[in-house]
Design a protein around this ligand. Structure first.
Ligand code: IPE
Ligand code: IPE
Ligand code: MG
Ligand code: MG
Ligand code: MG
Length: 286
C-alpha cells in the first residue's frame, strides 16, 4: 500500500474511533469531511521523507504524519470561517462551515487539534521520541507559531506591513508547521544532529510555499486550486504579492527554494525525493 493510502486509512480510523461515546456524531462527520477531502499532504509527506531519508521505516512516520495533517486541516477549517478569511470553498468543496455550520466547524477544528496529540501519544514509537514530536508540533501550532502568524495576518489586514513583518507573519502561519514536519521526520529517524539543517530547509521551503500560495491567489484558477481566487485582495491582506508584485515573487520563490536545498547538502536528507518535492512545490499550480 502506498504511503498516502496508509496515511488516509490512519486518519479515517483515528477520527472514526472517536465516535464511540456520542451518537451526536456530526462533529466526526465534519472532521472526516475536511481531513479526507484531498489536499496535497505536503506536511505528512515531509515527515515521511525526512524520516525515511534518515533511515527510519516508513510506517514509523504514519502517526506523526497523520497528526500534522490533522493540525493542518484544523487550521484550514478555522482559517475559512467568516470571522477569519470567510472562504466558502476548500479543496474544491464547500468549506467545513458551509457544509456543517459554523458551530460544528469550530468544534471539528478543536477536536482535530486535540486528536493530533492523542495520535502521537498513543503510537508505538519510544516515549522519548513521542515527547519530542509533541513538543515540536505543539510549539509550531501554538501562539509562538501558526496561531501567532494567523493573528499577525489579521492584524495586518488593510495596514502597511514591512517585508520583515511579512516574513515574520508567514514564518508563523505557514512556515511553522512545514518546519515542524521536517523536524518530526528527523526525530523519528533519530538523526538529531541534523536538526538545524532540517529546520533551515523547512523555513526556506515554508517561505517559498506561502509566496506561491499568495501568487496563486492572484494568478491561479479555481478548478486547479479548489479555493476562491482573489480572497486576499478582498480581505485587504498583506501578502508577498501586495508588497512585491508577482514578478518579484517568482524570483523570491526561486531563491528561497535554492536556499532550502543548499542547507541539505552533505546531510542524509539530500535525496531525490526531498529535492523533487521542493522543486515540484515551487512550480505548483494547486
Ligand atoms: C494551504 O495549505 C494553506 C497554507 C498554509 C498556504 P496547502 O496548500 O498545503 O493546502 P492543502 O492541504 O493542499 O489543501
Ligand atoms: C492560511 O493561509 C494559513 C493557515 C491555515 C494557518 P491562507 O489564508 O493564505 O491559506 P489559504 O489561501 O486560505 O489556503
Ligand atoms: Mg488566512
Ligand atoms: Mg485563507
Ligand atoms: Mg492564501
Amino acid at each position: 500500500m502506498k504511503f498516502l493510502e496508509k496515511l488516509n486509512r490512519e486518519l479515517k480510523h483515528a477520527i472514526s474511533a472517536e465516535c464511540e461515546h456520542y451518537p451526536e456524531k456530526t462533529v466526526i462527520d465534519a472532521m472526516l469531511y475536511s481531513v479526507l477531502s484531498g489536499g496535497k499532504r505536503v506536511r505528512g509527506s515531509l515527515v515521511r521523507a525526512f524520516a525515511v531519508a534518515g533511515g527510519a521505516e516508513e510506517d514509523e512516520a504514519i502517526a506523526a504524519a497523520a497528526a500534522i495533517e490533522m493540525v493542518h486541516a484544523y487550521s484550514l477549517i478555522h482559517d475559512d470561517l467568516p470571522a477569519m478569511d470567510n472562504d466558502d470553498y476548500r479543496r474544491g468543496k464547500p468549506s467545513c462551515h458551509k457544509a456543517f455550520g459554523e458551530a460544528t466547524a469550530i468544534l471539528a477544528g478543536d477536536a482535530l487539534l486535540t486528536l493530533a496529540f492523542k495520535e502521537i501519544s498513543t503510537c508505538s514509537l519510544p516515549d522519548s521520541i513521542k515527547v519530542k514530536l509533541i513538543t515540536s508540533l505543539s510549539t509550531a501550532a501554538g501562539a509562538a507559531g501558526m496561531i501567532g502568524g494567523q493573528q499577525a495576518d489579521i492584524y495586518f489586514e488593510n495596514k502597511k506591513c514591512s517585508m520583515q513583518e511579512l516574513r515574520r507573519l508567514q514564518n508563523g502561519k505557514t512556515g511553522a508547521l512545514i518546519k515542524a514536519a521536517c523536524e518530526m521526520g528527523v526525530y523519528i529517524a533519530e538523526k538529531d544532529e541534523f536538526l538545524q539543517n532540517a529546520r533551515a530547509f523547512g523555513e526556506h521551503l515554508g517561505l517559498s510555499f506561502q509566496i506561491r500560495d499568495d501568487v496563486l491567489d492572484v494568478t491561479g484558477n479555481f478548478s486547479a486550486l479548489g479555493k476562491k481566487i482573489g480572497s486576499d485582495q478582498e480581505n485587504g491582506k498583506s501578502t508577498f504579492v501586495s508588497l512585491l508584485g508577482v514578478k518579484e515573487c517568482e524570483k523570491l520563490i526561486e531563491s528561497e527554494t535554492c536556499s532550502a536545498l543548499y542547507v541539505l547538502h552533505s546531510t542524509p536528507f539530500w535525496t531525490d525525493e526531498i529535492k523533487n518535492m521542493a522543486v515540484n512545490l515551487k512550480n505548483r499550480n494547486a
